[in-house]
Design a protein around this ligand. Structure first.
Ligand code: ZN
Ligand code: ZN
Length: 437
């Protein structure tokens, strides 16, 4: 379980090894080229130039290491709110066997619920969340500025190096200081490419991070808000949705960048705006899950699906010409597999494959976890089953959880889902109608 990896072991993964190698490659090559282009011992300017570069590189590395070691903050297993009467307003995590605190989400990679989860970052081999959000953002900032500085030094040194003989032929010996070997010119070009790549890739990431931090939204919450707006567009009779955590940009920034980078508090209670409470967002999430469940249809695989992004040979042109425009996984299916479908395109369906107990025993939990269980597959590989009472395997059961664990509060949870229950019934009736046809 990667959530419980500690200290040094967390760095033994392709993400951190690659990220640290890139940082070190840019830093060492830049220092080497700088020692020929503008050595720090020739003037105060040269000294300051190198000192700034070293500082940026060290700060990037420090914040990177801290983001990885600190981690996002794991919600304790079997977590329960202090007040048991609010459990019907919270989602339940079957894996962690506890309730999800407001703003917590379960990460499939870490296999734990993460406090104020933003996203799982393979480069730090951990999630970005409540406790390490500031470190992560500072890492992005210092990497971008440091790489930009490195790229300028490398380009200047490169220019001087390739014009060395031109300078010498004109007697400009003081400009002909950069001398390339085959290896050093390759390293210089390679490090320049890396530095520019880092500036572009992390620059985009930082732009999106700052956009969401200024609104006090995580990546996941942006998605929830989008769905909330979408629901209200389709069902105008629903109450207006107000995002509870947008406290104005100054306070929003303070929520992530405190005086120290380590977040204060316990990461389960949040400041909210007037008219909202701690559970405003979780109630909306529960309603969305219930609605998703009402939309869910059961399909049975009748033709093998290869899991390919462009299954030209197995599925033909029409399927390949209208692929879902997303990098979400594609499902590999065998005939007789059962799939819970939640999204529908003309030629493609998105769903979760139901894993039965015998398969679990046969293959072992680990083997199953490695295959994508959720993803897209060609519509022609499966047919719809009209069996509304199929067991649900995914976390979508959340909307049923309060009903099961708190019989007394059944009515309240139904109220939360308001229109959804009746819509669910309608879907089932519709299904029944189809069946009779
Ligand atoms: Zn969990
Ligand atoms: Zn994670």
């Amino acid at each position: 379980m990667s959530a419980e990896l500690s200290g040094f072991k967390r760095f033994l993964h392709w993400g951190p090894i690659t990220a640290l190698s890139i940082i070190k490659c840019i830093t060492l090559t830049t220092l080497y080229m700088n020692s020929m282009w503008w050595p720090p011992n020739i003037s105060l300017g040269a000294f300051v130039n190198q000192a700034i570069f070293l500082m940026l590189s060290s700060l990037a590395t420090f914040n990177y290491v801290m983001a990885t070691i600190t981690g996002p903050g794991l919600l304790p297993l079997k977590w329960q709110p202090q007040d048991p009467s609010v459990t019907d307003q919270l989602q339940y995590c079957k894996v962690c066997e506890g309730y999800k605190a407001p703003r917590s989400h379960h990460c499939r990679k870490c296999n734990r619920c993460i406090k104020k989860m933003d996203h799982h970052c393979p480069w730090i081999n951990h999630c970005v969340g409540w406790a390490n959000h500031a470190y992560f953002t500072y890492f992005l900032l210092f990497s971008i500025v440091g790489s930009l500085h490195g790229a300028v030094i490398l380009s200047c040194a490169f220019y001087r190096g390739i014009h060395r003989y031109w300078y010498l032929s004109r007697g400009l010996v003081h400009l002909a200081t950069v001398q390339f070997t085959v290896y050093s010119i390759i390293m210089c070009i390679f490090a320049m490419g890396l530095a520019i790549g880092v500036v572009i890739a992390l620059g985009m990431l930082l732009y999106f991070q700052m956009k969401s931090i200024l609104k006090n939204q995580t990546g996941i919450e942006m998605w929830i808000i989008e769905k909330a707006m979408y629901r209200r567009m389709h069902y105008p009779d629903l109450d207006e949705f107000v995002y509870p955590y947008d406290l104005g940009y100054k306070e929003n920034l303070r929520q992530v960048f405190k005086n120290e980078c380590v977040a204060k508090g316990v990461g389960v209670e949040w400041k909210v705006i007037e008219g909202c409470d701690q559970y405003t967002l979780t109630r909306e999430q529960i309603a969305q899950k219930c609605e998703k469940r009402a939309r869910t249809r059961t399909y049975k695989c009748i033709r093998k699906a290869t899991g390919s992004f462009l299954p030209l040979f197995s599925q033909g042109f029409r399927v390949c010409l209208s692929p879902p425009c997303t990098d979400e996984p594609r499902l590999r299916l065998e005939p007789e597999d059962i799939i819970k479908v939640t999204r529908f395109r003309k030629h493609w369906l998105f769903g979760e494959r139901v894993v039965d107990a015998t398969e679990l025993q046969k293959e072992g939990g680990e083997a199953i976890k490695k295959k994508p269980l959720r993803g897209w597959f060609p519509r022609r590989c499966a047919i719809e089953l009209i069996q509304p009472s199929q067991p649900i395997t995914s976390e979508e059961e959340d909307c049923n959880e309060p009903e099961r664990s708190n019989n007394g509060k059944l009515d309240k949870s139904k109220k939360i889902a308001n229109g959804n229950v009746s819509r669910r019934k309608a879907t089932h009736q519709q299904n029944g109608h189809k069946k009779s046809n």
